[in-house]
Design a protein around this ligand. Structure first.
Ligand code: G
Ligand code: G
Ligand code: MN
Length: 529
């Protein structure tokens, strides 16, 4: 691997897309949210406007009906139009809104405030069929007197007496213009079964995003509809979006800062490992492996430890995984080789002693791997131990051909290969055929399954049988009890590693432990069985 580059180039290579996304994300989110909010905003305005319009139409209608009632109270049973005309004109002119008011016999108008005595069907006056006798109201396109302007008719017609009022549509259209024109609203009011009284241009539906919005409100006799053109939606959205923009900018900045912080932390873990190496914060613990046949320590597994400058111990599974993820595992393993070589110089290993080191996938696939192991082997050669490379099934997955070649090369030079954590990875079986192996390390999960000497551990038994068939030597990991040891021994397992025999220890402790305790007999189950 090329020496890891500094933080800044890495940030430039990999960080920018993330920073950009973090900056753009709040803006996009803002666009979407303000769009939705603007639609709601326009809808609220429409709703309020249509209510106001309905209320206004209702007020006019109430007023017209009151006038109809007043007219009906005029004594006109036996009076002529000449008698009633002054009253009619007075009422028609002092009360607001009316184009004309009149009196009927049935559906025949016989007296009108506009034309005096007459004899014409009400239908002719309002230029359309009437719903009949009784009480009704209706918006109409025009009347005989004023054809070009809409009007609203309120009528109460009975057998011989009746009255009607005609309200000029202008009162409605003026009001609609006043409340709707600034926003370009299209509004319509329909009364009874009548002709719509409208104001403004009906909106067209051409915009891909902003379809026109409208709101309908009604009371039993009056139906009001207000529609907003798409331009209104666009304006509302722009207004809300520009109001939100400063906040969006702040959010963008915060997101970018968070992303940059995260990137820097991520980058800095590489730096921390690099600094940890430089400051010699890493050390190695050695866990002895018991050779059952010899009754002595047959070797050790080197386990890396990291104690920070502040005294805190970093968890090995955590920093190993991080080092693998951050492409720092190769420099870290080279450092491990140096530490082990330095430790080895301090004490004398017995002949044939094994030193096992864990090797990660990335290192195994790296072109420098063979050279790194050779250098390590050369450094410890004078002290005698054999090197065992512990590979996990995971590390064997890719680049098979190169890996197989490298392993064959090293094996020919006297390095042993162990398959670590056997049984926990994926596709384990095929690796047994593909790769050159010497040891199989049975994962402690299977050893845990041993509960008594006569108990059943079928998977464990099968693994042991399999490794015998393949002529592999087995190492059982995580052996914690005498029962487990007795069981494994009976099954022909050659090596055990675990707390029963020894915990991982420092190089100094190991140097003292080996000559005194290395060949101590292990607790036997003879007493138990
Ligand atoms: O004893 P310990 O808790 O360190 O083991 C945790 C895990 O870390 C084990 O799976 C062990 O294989 C792994 N480990 C310990 N030291 C090293 C090392 O130097 N290199 C690699 N790749 N893994 C190690
Ligand atoms: O995965 P690998 O075998 O490389 O890692 C060995 C790990 O197992 C180390 O973390 C070591 O501390 C731990 N270990 C060693 N012996 C025992 C044991 O008897 N019981 C348990 N629970 N863990 C053990
Ligand atoms: Mn291991």
């Amino acid at each position: 691997m090329a020496p890891a580059s500094g933080t800044r180039p890495a940030l430039r290579e990999r960080g920018w897309p993330l920073l950009l996304a973090a900056g753009v994300f709040p803006l996009l989110l803002g666009l979407a949210l303000t769009f939705l909010e603007s639609r709601r905003d326009v809808q609220r305005e429409l709703d309020a406007t249509s209510r106001i319009l309905l209320r206004h139409a209702q007020t006019i209608s109430d007023h017209a009906w009151r006038t109809v009632n007043t007219l009906k109270r005029l004594e006109h049973n036996d009076s002529t139009c000449e008698d009633l005309e002054p009253d009619l004109q007075r009422i028609g002119s002092i009360r607001a809104y009316f184009r004309s008011i009149g009196l009927t016999h049935g559906h025949m108008v016989f007296c009108s405030s506009a034309f005096g005595p007459m004899r014409e069907p009400l239908a002719d006056v309002i230029q359309r069929e009437i719903p009949g006798l009784g009480r009704w109201s209706m918006s109409v396109e025009g009347t005989t007197a004023v054809r070009e302007r809409p009007a609203v008719v309120f009528a109460d017609l009975y057998g011989d007496v009746g009255a009607y009022t005609i309200v000029d549509g202008q009162y409605l259209t003026d009001f609609m213009r006043a409340i709707g024109e600034p926003r370009g609203y299209y509004m319509s009011v329909v009364i009874g079964d009548g002709h719509p009284v409208t104001q403004g241009e009906p909106p067209t539906d051409t915009h891909p995003l902003f379809s026109p919005l409208s709101d309908d409100t009604s009371s039993p006799q009056i139906m009001v509809r207000v529609s907003a053109p798409e331009s209104e939606s666009v304006h509302a959205w722009w207004r809300i979006f520009t109001a939100f923009l400063p906040l969006a900018a702040i959010l963008s900045a915060l997101c970018m800062m968070a992303a940059a912080y995260w990137l820097r932390r991520k980058m800095s873990y590489r730096d921390e490992i690099r600094r940890g190496i430089a400051r010699r914060e890493f050390s190695v613990q050695y866990q002895p492996v018991y050779d059952i046949q010899a009754g002595c320590c047959g070797g050790v597994e080197a386990l890396l430890r990291w104690q920070r400058a502040d005294g805190r111990w970093e968890r090995p599974d955590v920093f190993i995984a991080a080092a693998e993820a951050e492409h720092m595992i190769i420099p870290l393993t080279r450092h491990l080789f140096e530490l082990v070589a330095a430790d080895m110089a301090e004490w004398q290993a017995p002949r044939g002693f094994h030193v096992a080191v864990n090797v990660a996938a990335e290192h195994l696939q790296d072109p420098t791997f063979v050279a790194d192991v050779r250098r390590f082997a050369a450094q410890i050669a004078t002290h005698g131990p054999r090197i065992t490379l512990e590979l996990t099934e995971r590390s064997l997955i890719s680049d098979r051909k190169e890996v197989v070649t490298a392993l064959h090369t090293l094996r020919a030079e006297g390095v042993d290969i162990a398959l670590d954590d056997f049984g926990t990875g994926h596709c384990a079986m095929s690796y047994l055929q593909t790769f050159p192996l010497d040891f199989l390390k049975i994962d402690r999960g299977f050893v845990n399954a041993i509960e008594s000497l006569d108990g059943d551990a079928p998977v464990l038994d099968a693994i042991i049988a399999l490794s015998k068939r393949l002529a592999l030597r087995t190492v059982a990991e995580g052996v914690e009890t005498a029962v487990q040891l007795a069981y494994l021994k009976r099954q022909g397992v050659l090596y055990v590693q675990g707390y029963l025999y020894a915990r991982p220890m420092s190089s100094d402790a190991l140097a003292r432990w080996l000559p005194t305790r290395g060949c101590e007999p292990l607790p036997s189950t003879d007493q138990i069985v």
